[in-house]
Design a protein around this ligand. Structure first.
Ligand code: NAD
Ligand code: LMR
Length: 336
C-alpha cells in the first residue's frame, strides 16, 4: 500500500451525492485499493450535522484505506494541502429564481472556493466541478485561482458520456465495454452534443451497425437525431421526473470514474470531460467545454483532429454559445 494518504476534499459532503461518494472513495473505488485517503468534508452550517453523521458511518465502515476524516465549514481549512477537490455543493435553483440569480448565488460559492484552492491546495491539485451549472462554476473557480495551471480545473460530463454508452448498449444489444469513442461536446445541459459519428462497437462503426439493425442509414440517422441525442441530453430532467430528485448514485459513479481515469489514465478509447479550452475546435479560449479526451501521465488531453460534419458542428456551436452566454452573465456580475 502507498504510504502517504491522498487528501480528497468533498464540498456538499452532507448532501445526496456526497453520501454516495464518501463510502466508495474510502473503499478504494476512486484511486485504487492501494491508496490510502484522508477525507475533508466541507459543508455550510446547515449541512454540518449531515456531514457529521456521514463521518460516524465512515468510522463504522472500518475502511482499511481511510486515514482520517475532517469536517469543516471553512473553505480555507477544507482545501489546505488537498490533492483532489470534488466540488459538489452548489446552490440549487429555488422558486422564482432566474438563471442570473442562480449564477450569482453560485459565483458566491465557487469564487471563494477557487481562491481557497489557489491559496492552499497541494501542487498536484486536481479539481472536478459537479455542482450545477458545472461548466461555468468551473470557469468561476478557475478564474479565482490564477496561479494554478488551468489544466487542473475540470467539470463533470462523464455522466453524460456514460448515459450515451448506456443508450447505445441497449440499442445495439451490445455490452458497454465493447463500445468506444463516443463523445460529449459542449455544456452539461440540454444543449450538449452527444456524438456517435466516430464511435465503434467492436471493430465496426456504430452508425453502420445501427443502420443494419434499424433498416438503413436514414433510419439510423433519424434514431440518432430524434431519440438518442435528446434522450441523453435531457436524461437529467428524465431522472428528476421519475425519481422526484436529481441523479445521485450515477452522478457519484461518474465523478469517481472521471477522477480515476484522470489520475490512473484512460486505457484504449476516449472518455469525455469538460476542460479549459485553448481554442480547440473553435471554442473561445478559457471556456470550460466538454470534449472527447484521453488521459496519460495524469493529464487530460483533448482528442484533436476529428472531423465534424456541418450538422455536428452546428450542434456543438449552439452549446458553446450557451457557455458564452453563461460566461457573459457572470462577467456582468463583475465576477470574472
Ligand atoms: P444536495 O442538495 O443533496 O446536496 C448539496 C449539498 O451542498 C448540501 O448538503 C448543501 O448544504 C451543500 N452546500 C451548499 N452550498 C455549499 C457551500 N457553499 N459549501 C459547501 N457545501 C455547500 O444536492 P446533490 O443531489 O448532492 O447535488 C449536488 C449538485 O450536483 C447539484 O448542483 C446538482 O445539480 C449537481 N449535479 C450535477 C451532475 C453532473 O453531471 N454534473 C449530476 C447530478 C447532479
Ligand atoms: C443531471 O444531469 O442529472 C444533473 O445535472 C441534474 C440536472 O438538473 O439535470
Amino acid at each position: 500500500m502507498a504510504s502517504s494518504p491522498t487528501t480528497v476534499t468533498i464540498t456538499g459532503a452532507g448532501g445526496q451525492i456526497g453520501y454516495a461518494l464518501l463510502f466508495r472513495i474510502a473503499a478504494g473505488d476512486m484511486l485504487g485499493s492501494d491508496r490510502p485517503v484522508r477525507l475533508r468534508l466541507l459543508e455550510i452550517p446547515q449541512g454540518m450535522k449531515a456531514a457529521e453523521g456521514a463521518a460516524l458511518e465512515l468510522q463504522d465502515g472500518a475502511f482499511d484505506l481511510l486515514a482520517g476524516v475532517d469536517i469543516t465549514d471553512d473553505p480555507r481549512a477544507a482545501f489546505d494541502g488537498t490533492n483532489i477537490a470534488l466540488l459538489v455543493g452548489a446552490r440549487p435553483r429555488g422558486p422564482g429564481m432566474e438563471r442570473g440569480d442562480l449564477l450569482a448565488a453560485n459565483a458566491g460559492i465557487f469564487g471563494p472556493q477557487g481562491a481557497a484552492i489557489g491559496a492552499g491546495a497541494a501542487d498536484d491539485i486536481r479539481v472536478v466541478v459537479v455542482g450545477n451549472p458545472a461548466n461555468t462554476n468551473a470557469l468561476i473557480a478557475r478564474a479565482a485561482a490564477p496561479d494554478v495551471p488551468d489544466d487542473r480545473f475540470t467539470a463533470l460530463t462523464r455522466l453524460d458520456h456514460n448515459r450515451a454508452l448506456g443508450q447505445l448498449a441497449e440499442a445495439l444489444d451490445a455490452p458497454v465495454w465493447a463500445i468506444r469513442d463516443v463523445a460529449i461536446w459542449g455544456n452539461h445541459s440540454a444543449t450538449q452534443f452527444p456524438d456517435v459519428s466516430h464511435a465503434r462497437v467492436g471493430s465496426r462503426l456504430v452508425t453502420e451497425v445501427l443502420a443494419e439493425r434499424l433498416g438503413g442509414a436514414e433510419a439510423a440517422r433519424a434514431w440518432i437525431d430524434d431519440t438518442f441525442i435528446p434522450r441523453v441530453a435531457k436524461r437529467g430532467a428524465e431522472i428528476i421526473a421519475v425519481r422526484g430528485s436529481s441523479s445521485v448514485a450515477s452522478a457519484a459513479n461518474a465523478t469517481l470514474a472521471h477522477v480515476r481515469d484522470w489520475v490512473l489514465g484512460t486505457r484504449g478509447g476516449w472518455t469525455s470531460a469538460a476542460v479549459v479550452s485553448h481554442g480547440e475546435y473553435g471554442v473561445p479560449e478559457g471556456l470550460v467545454s466538454s470534449y472527447p479526451v484521453t488521459s496519460h501521465d495524469g493529464t487530460y488531453r483533448i482528442v484533436e483532429g476529428l472531423t465534424l460534419s456541418d450538422a455536428a458542428r452546428a450542434r456543438f456551436e449552439a452549446s458553446v454559445a450557451e457557455l458564452e452566454d453563461e460566461r457573459d452573465a457572470v462577467r456582468a456580475l463583475g465576477v470574472l
